[in-house]
Write a protein that binds this ligand. Structure first.
Ligand code: ZN
Length: 142
């Protein structure tokens, strides 16, 4: 699969990712940024859109790092949708962009690889249907 260039501005990236989360009913919770670096977590709940937790400064200008973080977590959202909201299923996306030296699940390897390609993630997110449309064919590849 050909990956589009990662040339989306951080501000646009974050805004569009959050808009998709809202459209899909994924709850986004911002946690105060502690002494550690940016962190994100996606809690996939069976039958529900799930909750995205971001440890970041909500008021600070969007950075490429925040864009990558949200893109990463949104890949897990895609995986949750792929699993009909019952399980996280791999998307069949490239996994060769994961940090070396770490043993990662396919899910994480896909997320690490796609996190630097927010446009790809956004394109796939736009194709997701709302949970009420569950059961319909979900197309994930652009
Ligand atoms: Zn992850």
């Amino acid at each position: 699969m050909e990956l589009p260039p990662a040339n989306l501005a951080a501000e646009q990236c974050v805004t569009r990712m959050l808009a998709q989360a809202q459209r899909l009913g994924v709850l986004v919770r911002w946690q105060p940024l502690g002494p550690t670096t940016l962190k994100g977590a996606y809690h996939a709940k069976p039958g529900q859109p799930g909750v995205l937790e971001l440890r970041a400064q909500v008021s600070a200008p969007a950075t490429p790092e925040l864009c990558s973080l949200i893109s990463h977590e949104m890949v897990h959202v895609l995986q949750h949708w792929r699993g009909q909201l019952q399980a996280l299923l791999p998307l069949g996306w490239p996994t060769d962009g994961a940090p070396p030296g770490r043993r990662l699940s396919v899910h994480e390897a896909e997320a690490y690889t796609a996190q630097n390609h927010p446009q790809l993630v956004l394109a796939a997110l736009r194709q997701l249907q709302l949970p009420s449309g569950r059961g319909a064919q979900i197309q994930l590849k652009p």
